[in-house]
Structures are given as structure tokens and as C-alpha cells.
Design a protein around this ligand. Structure first.
Ligand code: HEC
Ligand code: HEC
Length: 619
């Protein structure tokens, strides 16, 4: 038999040749990650984003965990092709005529231009765009793409014919979702960690306005057909401790559909999505039918899609501040509101031209689901490929995204530790032993730590009192989530998943992977007796695994001192310190965690501080 291993190089390879070989013993093309000498492993696809061509015939899909992009015949619900495109695809767009596609790669930091011809995909070009691209849209003519960069906080304009970046605009913190107005004059961008939507004038190429919204974890955005309104799916941190009572009233956090007025550019209003006793979790996708009669919202944690019918009666939008729970009138079953449980983790969604067919990318089922939005029924499931039985780590990933593991399904691990990282918010999850919630809950709040490389950075929690990661998992389920105790097998699965989480490539290194002169000087400061950072932040994970009192202790707290957090990936861990009090590294090191306060050796000079920060950005 022909050796597959020899024919397949791991990345960025058009798999046509392989598919030919594979099709001898498998149906359609199966994408496999092959390590020389070992049998092929069929990877999970994990579709995270999708885009539909203007005529509704072609669907392009970004598969996050297989590093591939899939092409589907939307009319016949059939897989057509799949190619490797890069590391962790995160967004796709397709031209109106369905002949050109683009895909951006979250960990790859690039955009690949695809040609779509005769049901086949090919890479026509690739260009680096910057750190952590998250979302992309394309003009109808397929000539220009706009990409959101989650770490650089920018929107980048790419001329696809010349393959050049022709503009960059700064928006809010962690832009992800991006949508282009139907007539093409405006872009809206959702700043996931920036509590706002940025509105961009395409022709003038400037940010017209950043509209603050009272919400967090902003995901997909969509325009109304007249372009006068934009919608975004988001979460709202309500800041109360995670007791069952608070959770059930919607006082810990809740899900929202937020509407922004693009004419007045001032106001926003919301619909709460949570029903008491059966909440919604991890609102992700939003789409408006072309006739404007239906707004659909997907919720990854509760595995569902919700439909709001705008043609029947006005929806009970609430200005500025939202209700704690869904408007009671929507529960009267007058047809305005319906829920459809689809399983898995529904992410991005898109309406077909008929205004009733809804396509749903479902990350955890490795499939595209086709739903009839009129009757709220699942019509078809298009499997994109993937192993039949999930691995231990995949089972952990499923648990990580499962809202039913929290009290009345209000949230999942993913709500706070988004994609295993942090949403930058702070919560009181009761696992620091702080008892007096009435008096001190503001002070006992902790910033959500990233879980990247967390299996290597014990002890756990900010105070570092937790020395067993297994026990930490039990605490997370029973305290943070107020849900049932996990079985030992579930704990193992979750830890196996956490073990897969790592940092994206650091964007602040020099081209050769080395340090700039400033960062090199900063490294000397870091190790100097005056700063002595490496007495506590040391070793490969820059933590010594011990507890230190650094002056931020609170006398009423059950635990004194903190475990030095790992400084890896610091450039994207803001806000900083255990309660998120510092927005920038400068605030940390010139403020409550200055060398003088920590070691008593006096303050750093301005030059030393600048260099030190340059170094910290490279970790
Ligand atoms: C409501 C938000 C929220 C949810 C939901 C949540 N966490 Fe956390 N998590 C936090 C916060 C805040 C901390 C810091 C707590 C502390 O230090 O006292 C934390 C700490 C942790 C830590 C310790 C990290 C470290 O570096 O020390 C782990 C591991 C963890 N969470 C895993 C999980 C898992 C797994 C789930 C789901 C079963 C989960 N969390 C659900 C907010 C949350
Ligand atoms: C005596 C031990 C110790 C020394 C020395 C020390 N740190 Fe820390 N560091 C800690 C602890 C403990 C925390 C957590 C404190 C908190 O959150 O309240 C921390 C937190 C931080 C944070 C915030 C990280 C985050 O994710 O929020 C940064 C950045 C940091 N240290 C950098 C430095 C630098 C740079 C130096 C040297 C100038 C230094 N530290 C010296 C123990 C130390």
C-alpha cells in the first residue's frame, strides 16, 4: 500500500493527493494529521465560523482544531472540499459570487486568500496581518477584506488583489466580531473585552464612534437589512457572588442580545435571554433574516438557537440597563420567541437568501446544522469529519463548554475562561474561603486567570492555597458553577483538556525570535538585585510555586499572601493583579507592585521601567 505518511506534510498542504489515496478506503476526503510512521488520526474539525455566498449556494467554514477550511454545497447539503489553511482558523468570508474566500488564523496570525472553483478550494495567497486575528468580512466584489486583531486592538484593511495591507484603525479591547453594512458603507466591530461597539466609516476610513454597551464577551454581529441597526450577542457580568440565589435572579451574569442604533449613534438597548430555572449560556452567534422578520441567536453553553420574530409584534427592547431575566411577555408563546436545542456548541450562524434557512456552525459536533427558522426545526446535519469517539481531552472540552454543569445552566467554564483564556473580568467564585459576602464581596472578587499552561503552574488560585488540580476541578464545578460534583473520570477529562491549552506565538519578539535591545536591557533589570523579579517569578513558567506577601493582602481574608502568577503571555492578561486593579503593566510596576513596595530596594528609573516592560511583553 502507498504510505500516506510519506505523502502528507503536517501543515499548509493541499490534501488533494492525499484525498485520492484516502478515498480508496474511505468515502469523500477525510482530513488526517499524519505523523511519520504512525497511523493517521482523524482530527476534530470544530467549526467556529461560517460564511455563505450571495446566491446561497456555497458555505465556507473555518475549522478551528483541524487547521482547515471546508467548502459545502449549501443547496445540496454536501461536503465539496477541505484544505489545510493554517493554525487555528477563526473567521471566514466569501465574495458575493462565491469565487473568492478568505480565512484568518487566530494562532497563525495570517489571512489566506482562497479561490473557489468547480467545487474545489485552493490557496491563492497568504499574508501576515498581526496578532490573533479573530473575525473577517469581505466587500461584495471580493476585493477588500477587513480583519479584527484581538491583541493589537485593530481593524486591518487588506487589498486582496495586490495582497497588501492598506490601512489600520485602532478600536477597543479585543475586537472579534465584525460585520459590513448591507450597502457597504459601514463596519461594526464588537470589542469583546472593551464593553463597546466601534462603528467605522469605510470610505473615510475612520472610527466614527465607539458606542459603549453595558456588556461583556461580545461575539458575532449582524446588521438589520436597512443598515440602521446592528445586533450583537453578549454576556453581562452583574458582579454578585456565585450563590444559587444570586445566580437564579440573574445577578451573577446573564446573556443578552444587544441592539445598537446606527443613525443616532448614541443609544443601545437589550433583550435579556435568560429564563429563570432554565437560563441561556454563552450567547455567540447572531443573524437577521434578509426580510428582517427573524433574529436568531445561538447559545453555545446551552447548545441552542433562539428565534425572535419581529414581524408579529414589537419586541420588548429595554433601553440602557437590561432586565435581570427575559421579558415575561416573550414567554406567553405568542410565537415571538422560540428555543431550539441542537446539542454541541452552536457558534456562528447565517441566514440563507430565502430568509428562513439558518446555517449553524456547531463546534462540538463537527457539523453544520441546517435549521428551518419558521418552524424552528432541525432539517439536516452536514458532518465535516472527525473521529467517531471523542478523545479524553475532547470529552474535557465538552464539559468545559457545558452550561448544564452549572446551577440552572446559567454559565459554563468557557463563560469566564473564554476558550481556556480569560475574559478579563473579575468574579467572586467563593473558592477563596471568604465567608462574609455582604460586607466584603467587592474586595473578595478575583480576576479570572488564564488556563493556558495551567496544568504546569501549581499551586492554584491567586492565593495559591489549592495544591491539587483535581480538587481545584471539583471546586470549580461545585463552587464557581454551583453544579453537581464531577466524577473522577470527568476530572481526568477536564485536566486532559486543560493540558492542551497553550499561548499563541508572542507577537512582541523580533523576526528571528530574539529580543530587541530594549527587551535585552529589561531582562537585566528583571534579574538585577534591585528588582529581583526572578526571586519569585522564576523558572520556565516564571513562578516559584510559593506564597509571598507583597503588600496587597486584606486582613479579613482567610488566606494571606499570593502565589506569583506566571508572567507568560502577560501582554494579553490585562487587567492585572488578583483583583484586576491595574489596567497596564506600567500601572502594576509603578503602582501597587513596584520594586520598592515588593522588595524595599527603591524605585526603578524611568529607563529601567521602560526596558523592563519591553522585556515583560516578550514573555
Ligand atoms: C463565574 C466565572 C468562572 C467560572 C464559571 C469558572 N471559573 Fe475558574 N476561576 C474563576 C476565577 C475568578 C478564578 C480565580 C479564583 C481565585 O483565585 O480565588 C478561577 C480559577 C480557576 C482555576 C485556577 C487557575 C490558576 O491559575 O490558579 C482553574 C484551574 C479554573 N478556575 C478552572 C475552571 C473550570 C474547569 C471551570 C468550569 C468547571 C471554571 N473554572 C469555571 C472564574 C470562573
Ligand atoms: C516577593 C515575590 C515577588 C517579587 C520579588 C516580584 N513579584 Fe510580581 N508578583 C508576586 C505576587 C505574589 C503577585 C500576585 C500579587 C497580587 O495579585 O496581588 C505578583 C504579580 C505580578 C504581576 C501581575 C501578573 C498578573 O497576571 O496579573 C506582574 C506583572 C508582576 N508580578 C511582575 C513582577 C516584576 C516585573 C517584578 C520585578 C520588578 C516582580 N513582579 C517582583 C510576587 C513577586
Amino acid at each position: 500500500m502507498v504510505s500516506i505518511a510519506k505523502r502528507v506534510r503536517p501543515l499548509f498542504l493541499k490534501l488533494a493527493a492525499f484525498a485520492l489515496v484516502a478515498s480508496v478506503f474511505a468515502s469523500v476526503s477525510t482530513l488526517s494529521l499524519t505523523i511519520a510512521g504512525e497511523p493517521a488520526v482523524e482530527p476534530h474539525r470544530s467549526p467556529i465560523a461560517l460564511a455563505l455566498s450571495g446566491d446561497g449556494t456555497r458555505l465556507l467554514i473555518a475549522n478551528q482544531t483541524s487547521g482547515s477550511t471546508s467548502l459545502v454545497d449549501a443547496k445540496e447539503s454536501r461536503r465539496l472540499d477541505e484544505i489545510k489553511t493554517g493554525e487555528k482558523p477563526s473567521g471566514v468570508a466569501v465574495s458575493r459570487n462565491g469565487e473568492r474566500g478568505v480565512v484568518v488564523h487566530w494562532y497563525g496570525g495570517d489571512l489566506a486568500i482562497l479561490t473557489i472553483k468547480g467545487g474545489k478550494l485552493a490557496i491563492a495567497g497568504r499574508l501576515p496581518v498581526g496578532a490573533e486575528p479573530r473575525g473577517v468580512v469581505m466587500t461584495l466584489d471580493g476585493k477588500t477584506a477587513y480583519v479584527t486583531l484581538g491583541v493589537a486592538n485593530e481593524v486591518v484593511r487588506v487589498d486582496l488583489d495586490s495582497r497588501k495591507i492598506t490601512g489600520r484603525l485602532t478600536v477597543g479591547r479585543e475586537p472579534r466580531g465584525i460585520a459590513l453594512a448591507p450597502e457597504g458603507s459601514r463596519l461594526v466591530v464588537g470589542n469583546a473585552r472593551g464593553q463597546g461597539v466601534s462603528v467605522i466609516d469605510v470610505k473615510d476610513w475612520r472610527v466614527v464612534k465607539s458606542i459603549p454597551i453595558d456588556g461583556d464577551n461580545l461575539r458575532q454581529l449582524a446588521f438589520s437589512p436597512d443598515g440602521k441597526q446592528a445586533f450583537v450577542a453578549n454576556m453581562k457580568n452583574r458582579r454578585f457572588p456565585t450563590t444559587r440565589n444570586n445566580i437564579d435572579l440573574g445577578w451573577v451574569l446573564g446573556q443578552r442580545l444587544t441592539r445598537v442604533d446606527l443613525v443616532g449613534l448614541e443609544t443601545f438597548d437589550t433583550l435579556s435571554l435568560d429564563t429563570q430555572g432554565r437560563a441561556a449560556s454563552d450567547a455567540h452567534g447572531v443573524a437577521v433574516s434578509h426580510d428582517g422578520r427573524i433574529i436568531a441567536v445561538s447559545c453555545g453553553g446551552t447548545h441552542e438557537v433562539m428565534f425572535f420574530r419581529t414581524d408579529l409584534k414589537r419586541l420588548p427592547w429595554r433601553s440602557e440597563s437590561s432586565r435581570d431575566l427575559i421579558a415575561p411577555e416573550l414567554l406567553k408563546k405568542d410565537g415571538r420567541y422560540q428555543r431550539l436545542v441542537l446539542g454541541g456548541r452552536p457558534t456562528e450562524i447565517a441566514f440563507g437568501p430565502d430568509s428562513k434557512t439558518l446555517y449553524v456552525a456547531n463546534y462540538l459536533t463537527d457539523a453544520i446544522q441546517v435549521v428551518d427558522a419558521e418552524s424552528a426545526r432541525l432539517i439536516e446535519t452536514i458532518h465535516l469529519g472527525g473521529p467517531r469517539t471523542p478523545s479524553l481531552a475532547r470529552r474535557g472540552e465538552i464539559l468545559f463548554h457545558a452550561a448544564e454543569r452549572s446551577f440552572n445552566q446559567w454559565y459554563s467554564c468557557n463563560t469566564c475562561h473564554t476558550e481556556g483564556h480569560t475574559n478579563g473580568l473579575d468574579f467572586d467564585t467563593l473558592n477563596d474561603g471568604w465567608q462574609d459576602l455582604s460586607t466584603f464581596h467587592e474586595k473578595s472578587r478575583k480576576k479570572v486567570p488564564t488556563l493556558r499552561r495551567v496544568t504546569r503552574t501549581g499551586p492554584w488560585t491567586w492565593h495559591g492555597w489549592q495544591t491539587s488540580l483535581e480538587d481545584a476541578m471539583v471546586e470549580s464545578f461545585t463552587k464557581s458553577m454551583q453544579g453537581p460534583r464531577p466524577t473522577p473520570d470527568e476530572v481526568n477529562a477536564l485536566i486532559a483538556y486543560l493540558d492542551t491549552l497553550d499561548f499563541p506565538p508572542n507577537p512582541n519578539l523580533e523576526k528571528d525570535g530574539g529580543l530587541s535591545p530594549a527587551a535585552l536591557r529589561g531582562r537585566e533589570v528583571y534579574r538585577s538585585p534591585k528588582a529581583a523579579c526572578n526571586t519569585c517569578h522564576r523558572g520556565p513558567e516564571s513562578t516559584d510555586g510559593k506564597i509571598h506577601e507583597t503588600g496587597l493582602e486584606i486582613p479579613q481574608d482567610r488566606y494571606q499572601g499570593y502565589n506569583p502568577p506566571s508572567l507568560r503571555g502577560l501582554y494579553d492578561k490585562d487587567p492585572y493583579l488578583h483583583d484586576g486593579r491595574a489596567k497596564t503593566l506600567r500601572e502594576v510596576l509603578a503602582g501597587d507592585h513596584s520594586t520598592d513596595k515588593v522588595t524595599g530596594h527603591g524605585e526603578l528609573t524611568k529607563q529601567e521601567l521602560d526596558d523592563l516592560i519591553a522585556y515583560l511583553m516578550t514573555l
